[in-house]
Design a protein around this ligand. Structure first.
Ligand code: MG
Ligand code: MG
Length: 248
């Protein structure tokens, strides 16, 4: 069952989302050549704690970091470590913050210094595909309406849609019903109602949509080693549209 949130729950989700969005903004000045992904992880951990929240991902199914950091051909779920960012990399940072038992979830991909035109194209259009998907949301829409929009946009721009990973409901659990795929058909899938909260999160590849998982059992990478980008907002479904909870 997809839960409709009470006004109290929505307030807490708004606060959790605010902290998540603010954490992204806090990290941006540090996303530079030479910093390690572990250092970014520590900065995020300290920031989230300073906001009276806790990192949603830390120890989630045993995940060892506070944030996921996925570089270039890494799609999602990269583990923070000693790798240093290099000029020309793109880095996807996925952040979750839990405030008084409720979660915010938002991913964003960033260039490290100047990146190739192809990588810049990937970033621009993956971000736009997120807003395309969000534009389908209103009370009474179907989950398939969102995926159909993302998929059509990606196809138009010759980008591969990762299908193995999907968006999801958000609430007192980080991952709730329903699944929100980045593909689908208009009018199909569960109906969304005012007061539901979901994370929409397209993952688009510069090459083929195929991915696989590394031996660390977490990091997902593209099968053809071409770059991938990931943009995600947690949103509240409203009567006429949606409200972004992870504002930035
Ligand atoms: Mg996320
Ligand atoms: Mg998510």
């Amino acid at each position: 069952m997809i839960s409709v949130k009470s006004s109290r729950e929505i307030e807490l989700l708004r606060k959790a989302g605010e902290i998540t969005g603010a954490c992204h903004l806090y990290l941006i000045p540090f996303i530079k050549e030479g910093i390690t992904t572990k250092e970014l992880d520590q900065l995020a951990y300290d920031f989230i704690l300073s906001q009276d929240a806790t990192p949603s991902f830390l120890n989630y199914d045993g995940f060892p970091g506070s944030i996921c950091v996925s570089i270039n051909e890494e799609v999602v779920h990269g583990i923070p470590g000693n790798r240093k960012l290099r000029k020309g990399d793109i880095i996807s940072i996925d952040i979750g913050a839990c405030y008084k038992g409720y979660h915010g979830d938002s991913a964003w991909s960033y260039p490290v210094g100047e990146v190739s035109p192809k990588k810049a194209y990937l970033l621009e259009h993956t971000e736009k595909s997120l807003f395309e998907g969000l534009s389908a949301i209103h009370d009474g829409c179907h989950v398939g309406d969102i995926g159909a929009k993302v998929e059509a946009y990606a196809k138009k721009h010759q980008l591969g849609v990762v299908k193995e990973l999907v968006g999801h409901g958000v609430g007192s659990h980080l991952h709730e019903e329903p699944d929100v795929p980045n593909y689908g058909h208009e009018g199909m899938g569960p109906i969304l109602k005012e007061g539901m909260v979901i994370a929409v999160e397209p993952m688009l590849n510069l090459g083929s949509p195929n991915v696989y998982i590394l031996e660390d059992d977490w990091t997902i990478i593209t099968a053809d080693n071409k770059p991938s980008a990931h943009f995600e907002h947690t949103v509240l479904v409203t009567k006429d549209g949606y409200e972004i909870l992870t504002k930035r």
